[in-house]
Design a protein around this ligand. Structure first.
Ligand SMILES: *[C@@H]1O[C@H](CO)[C@@H](O)[C@H](O)[C@H]1NC(C)=O
Ligand SMILES: *[C@@H]1O[C@H](CO)[C@@H](O)[C@H](O)[C@H]1NC(C)=O
Length: 273
């Protein structure tokens, strides 16, 4: 009786501790099965093996996409992406946070492919209450197709920061005091998709997708969400890095495109910093 009691107790302890180990392991590692749904593209989106990797693909018939099961309301979201390699002209990999409904908020990364050896364009935008038109574009300082790189969004009630490998490339500060709406009231889901946009993406549609290279593929790993904490509005290191990116890698900024705003720039462009 007592020996069986002990063996039962030991078995129970083993089960409990294995369970805790498993929970700790799952909490520490990405599991795309737990966090995401493949939403379109038939079998073109795939979660690999134990769930630590996801791939999207695009062929002549369709692209593919996924979205997070959960909604997030502020936080820091990191994901590693490896973009379509080779001749990726006409392909677009979108990676963004978005709320639902008409006056939706959105924080966008979009990667516009290019012909072999030519640089990708990293396109960013911020929608608040359904209105975007806040494009900024960058060239990356590395080849985003040869390896995984980390793309992050920090979202707090005060500020949105876009980061590439921990380097801030863009900030959108809360300027509600100057009449600029800020995404703050709606939780957002994380979405990504790989699709064909050769009507406009490469030199206004002049360069067409080379379907003989299909299927095109983008890969995802190391998804991580954590609390962003309180981010100081102004931080010397962040500001210096941002200045470096803007000076050397920014190729388009809506806030300097006077042709687009003949009646004056949007209010957030007028406030410094
Ligand atoms: C492709 O590369 C060319 C040449 O560097 C560049 O002018 C163009 O903007 C690039 N296109 C995209 C979509 O990034
Ligand atoms: C300032 O920004 C840098 C770079 O983004 C970050 O590593 C550092 O922790 C920040 N410092 C503070 C006090 O927030």
């Amino acid at each position: 009786m007592s020996s069986s009691f002990y063996s039962q107790a030991i078995t129970f302890t083993l089960i409990v501790s294995t369970h805790f180990l498993l929970v700790a392991y799952i909490a520490g590692a990405t599991n795309f099965y737990n966090d995401f749904d493949l939403t379109w593209g038939g079998g073109r989106g795939k979660i690999a093996g134990p769930g630590n990797m996801l791939t999207l693909s695009l062929d002549r018939v369709s692209g593919s996409g996924f979205q997070s099961k959960k909604e997030y309301h502020f936080g820091r979201i990191d994901m590693q992406l490896k973009l379509v390699a080779g001749n990726s002209a006409g392909t677009v990999t979108a990676y963004y946070l978005s709320s639902q409904g008409v006056n939706h908020d959105e924080i966008d990364f979009e990667f516009l492919g290019n012909t072999t050896g030519e640089p990708y364009t990293l396109h960013t935008n911020v929608y608040t209450q359904g209105k975007g038109e806040r494009e900024q574009q960058f060239r990356m300082w590395f080849d985003p197709t040869s390896d995984f790189h980390t793309y992050s969004i920090i979202w707090t009630p005060q500020i949105i920061v876009f980061l590439v490998d921990d380097t801030p490339i863009r900030e959108f500060k809360n300027r509600e005091a100057s009449g600029v709406p800020f995404p703050k009231n709606h939780p957002m889901r994380l979405y990504s998709s790989l699709w064909n946009a050769d009507e406009w993406a490469t030199r206004g549609g002049l360069v067409k997708t080379d379907w003989s290279r299909a299927p095109f593929m983008a890969s995802y790993r190391n998804f991580n969400v954590r609390s962003a904490g309180v981010l100081p509005q102004s931080n010397m290191t962040r500001r210096q890095k941002l200045r470096w990116v803007r000076r050397n890698h920014m190729i388009y900024n809506y806030c300097t495109d006077a042709k687009r705003f003949p009646r004056g720039f949007p209010p957030e462009c007028k406030v410094r910093g």
